[in-house]
Write a protein that binds this ligand. Structure first.
Ligand SMILES: [Mg+2]
Length: 240
């Protein structure tokens, strides 16, 4: 890893600070019975598969944000035997899902200690997330991180999504730090490690699910292990 003094840490949000997976699973346990469906592993897996496919299409500029939500439902509803209906019907159904989802938001249990270590090390922080302002900023507020993680940059506000190099470099610029002095931390190896590293940042893969890739030299499985990348391990430096 580069040797320039570290000045800042950029965190991804979903899957890194915000426990999207658990939140979405809890939301499905509320929402699926409202549609008359039993909550099964197959249905939950199908929901996440549709989410990944259509959200990625939005990230790649292939559909609108609303369009990816409708696309998820068009793919998912037939599995329940539920009619797909019109766009308005889909929007109402997705709003109902979001009502459930918003009651289940939570941060990961290792976030507080990691933020404290980053703060003790005297580093600036920011959040860089693929998503839209309204939802992502609401998540940060609801999970108790507003004012604790620095500025939040969304793909919507930046006009580009990760892995576009401009996203990482714009955040570095706004933080006033050279890219080589910034550590990017996130759960997606492609978006949060390979792309920022190619843009000149340092990067650590937060592999919470333990799925690898295992040849990634800077891989941690919990934010508790982030301290090893911080100056003095996240303890105050003697001259601080
Ligand atoms: Mg993520």
């Amino acid at each position: 890893m580069a040797t320039a003094p570290l000045q800042a840490v950029i965190f991804d949000l979903d899957g890194t600070l915000f426990d999207h997976d658990s939140s979405a699973r809890a939301a499905l346990r509320q929402w699926l019975p409202r549609l008359g469906a039993a909550v099964t592993d197959d249905l939950v897996d199908a929901w996440f598969a549709a989410e990944y496919r259509h959200f990625t299409a939005w990230q790649n500029g292939l559909v609108t944000f609303v369009g990816q939500r409708r696309g998820r439902l068009r793919e998912f509803l037939p599995r329940l035997g539920h009619p797909v209906g019109t766009d308005d019907d889909l929007d109402r159904l997705f709003a109902d899902y979001l009502t459930c989802y918003a009651t289940t938001w939570a941060r990961f249990g290792d976030v507080d200690a990691a933020l404290a270590a980053v703060s003790r090390a005297g580093l600036a922080t920011a959040v860089l997330t693929n998503g839209v302002d309204r939802q992502q900023l609401a998540k940060v507020r609801t999970i108790g991180l507003a004012g604790r993680v620095g500025p939040v940059f969304t793909a919507e506000a930046l006009g580009a999504a990760k892995p576009h190099p401009s996203t990482y470099l714009t955040v570095c610029e706004r933080l006033g730090t050279p890219a080589g002095s910034v550590l990017h931390v996130g759960d997606r190896h492609d978006l949060d490690v390979l792309a920022p590293r190619a843009a000149g940042l340092r990067a650590v893969h937060l592999d919470r699910t333990g799925l690898g890739p295992y040849d990634e030299p800077h891989r941690i499985t919990s934010l508790d292990q982030l301290a090893r990348y911080l100056p003095t391990g996240g303890r105050p430096s003697p001259d601080a």
